[in-house]
Design a protein. Structure first.
Length: 563
């Protein structure tokens, strides 16, 4: 059951307000923060839906200082983790750590030991870390007071930001003794809430109003013969301050940035293949670049408060994506604009583009065939990078989503990741009948799959057995490179129907998202009202907060205010 709560005053312990003032440097809570923090301290599972810039991070960073055990924050981006930890007050930063792929094996081991010893209050990790038994083993030893799912919209299989490892959270929670959960996001459509409910169980939704009065929403209708690029240049010249322009294709980003620079606008482009993404982002953050033309690869977790406009050059894939991206404007509370270019041809172009990126039955069949070729036992490890390289440019999405689909329809099961090999050294005395007796007393590298088969131990459990033996002082265990462990299941008799059913549900969902986006662009109804209704909220017409509601006179006044 999902229940919805609206703002109320929570009775927090006096220590919370002291930490707010003396550690974080704030005199008062922002709307909804106190209520959410109260639920966290009471151990209640919660979904917090707060707009960008509303202070979501404080709702777990502050209570982490009062909870007896670690707060584990699952975050989808390395840059987002680093930015959050860098911005922590010194006293909080001392007891916070990050574990991600930028660390060496030795650094990871050191931090795991420190976590097991209870040194840290805040532990930031990428979702794929939950598939590593050694990490969960360290957490079990120190205890977990709260599991935080940051950017919780990434949990939806239907969303463009879907991360498969988020679906493993339920298994990790079982290993950790079912700690309470706080999921935070700026947007939560019904499918996200349903997925969280299925995974976590009953939770309360604390949701801020979608309406942000400082944002002016506008749709520019692109007429035949109208130069959209020229219109964009004029907008960027007229609007003072920082601007994000979202475009669908990487080449479009590069071309538009070049045109803007040629017109005298300080512009740059950003996409997933840019060789200097960090440098581009830094120049935009410090104001050296005023206009950034980017794909949706840019923006999640970007902490820039003074963005005066977010312009969508192409039609976004959904209203949820549009609201999340447009909401990066005006985080400082000052007037900002959210502008969408739209032509009647855009819906067709969007459908064509989505169809070209959509997984098909043939894609899934070939992916399944490649997995079966790779795995030599009923369960085996697989190199996802090598697998996705066999499918060309679409390989990353196909493997990322396709493996999850094949698991959902019952064709395979993905377990905890397994080290290919590990250095093992027996240090304790065991009975001659115990299989551990066969391990040498000197450190040697052992193939874990071979070890499991030799001693009739399920491959999915071999690392857990070794970790338990290490905890008992019987051996030293140092794992090597890990790869996904996949078990091939007996195909269900209706496997084909299950695949077709999933594909049809996805097609319908995708069509509904397109229609909602097109209806928004065509509508003569208040744009704030449409967005609120999409997220299940009621709102009166905004009067002068969008192009539809503004009368001719009010629009002139509004334009003076919003530029």
């Amino acid at each position: 059951m999902v229940t919805q709560q609206h703002p109320s005053t929570s009775n927090l312990p006096s220590e919370a307000t002291v930490i707010l003032r003396d550690v974080f440097g704030f005199s008062t809570f922002r709307p909804h923060q106190e209520q959410i923090i109260g639920r966290v301290l009471r151990g209640e599972s919660t979904l917090a839906v707060l707009p960008t810039g509303a202070g979501k991070s404080l709702t777990y960073q502050l209570p982490a200082q009062l909870l007896p055990q670690a707060t584990v924050v699952i975050s989808p981006l390395i840059a987002l983790m680093k930015d959050q930890v860098d911005r922590l007050p010194p006293a909080v930063q001392e007891r916070a750590t990050i574990i991600n792929s930028t660390l060496t094996a030795g650094e990871v081991r050191d931090r795991l030991r420190a976590i097991a010893a209870g040194k840290y209050k805040l532990v930031y990790v990428a979702p794929e870390r939950l598939r590593q038994r050694s990490f969960l083993f360290a957490l079990r030893h120190c205890g977990v007071s709260r599991l935080v799912i940051d950017e919780a919209h990434c949990i939806s299989l239907w969303g463009q930001n879907f991360r498969p490892d988020y679906l493993f959270i339920n298994r990790a929670m079982n290993e950790l003794g079912q700690p309470p959960v706080l999921a935070v996001t700026a947007t939560a459509a019904s499918d996200t809430i349903h997925t969280l409910q299925t995974m976590i169980g009953p939770l309360t939704v604390v949701q801020a109003p979608v309406f942000r009065p400082n944002l002016f929403f506008q749709v520019i209708q692109v007429r035949p013969g109208m130069s959209k690029a020229r219109s964009l240049i004029e907008l960027c010249r007229k609007i003072n301050g920082s601007i994000i322009v979202y475009a669908r294709a990487r080449q479009t980003c590069e071309d538009l940035a070049l045109e803007l620079r040629s017109a005298g606008v300080a512009a740059d482009h950003y996409h997933a293949l840019h060789p200097d993404r960090a440098g581009v982002q830094e120049r935009f953050m410090n104001g050296k670049t005023r206009v950034l033309v980017a794909t949706v690869a840019f923006g999640m977790g970007v902490d820039k408060a003074d963005i005066r406009a977010v312009i969508h050059y192409n039609l976004p894939a959904s209203l949820e994506a549009y609201y999340q991206e447009a909401g990066r404007a005006g985080r400082d509370g000052l007037p900002a604009r959210c502008i969408l270019f739209f032509s009647e041809n855009d819906a067709r172009v969007l459908r064509t583009w989505l169809q070209s990126t959509t997984i098909t039955r043939e894609n899934l069949r070939e992916l399944y065939r490649q997995v079966r070729r790779t795995i030599t036992y009923p369960a085996g490890v697989i190199d996802l990078d090598a697998l996705q390289s066999q499918f060309g440019p679409a390989g990353e999405v196909l493997t990322r989503v396709g493996i999850s689909v094949l698991e959902q329809v019952g064709l395979l099961k993905r377990h905890f990741d397994l080290p290919l090999a590990a250095v093992v050294e027996r240090t304790g005395t065991v009975a001659a009948t115990d299989w551990l007796h066969h391990l040498p007393r000197e450190a040697i590298e052992i193939d874990l799959m071979l070890l499991a088969h030799q001693h009739n131990i399920p491959v999915a459990h071999i690392e857990a057995v070794l970790l338990e033996a290490q905890a008992a002082g019987l051996l030293r265990y140092r794992p090597g490179l890990r790869l996904p462990l996949i078990e091939l299941l007996s195909p269900p008799a209706d496997a084909g129907e299950r695949v077709e059913g999933w594909l049809e549900r996805f097609r319908q969902y995708q069509e509904q998202r397109i229609e909602s986006m097109v209806d928004y662009a065509r509508s003569q109804r208040c744009r704030h009202q449409i967005l609120a209704a999409y997220f299940g909220q009621q709102l009166a017409a905004c009067r002068i907060g969008c192009d539809v509601c503004s009368s001719s006179r009010a629009l002139k006044v509004g334009r003076r205010e919003w530029h």
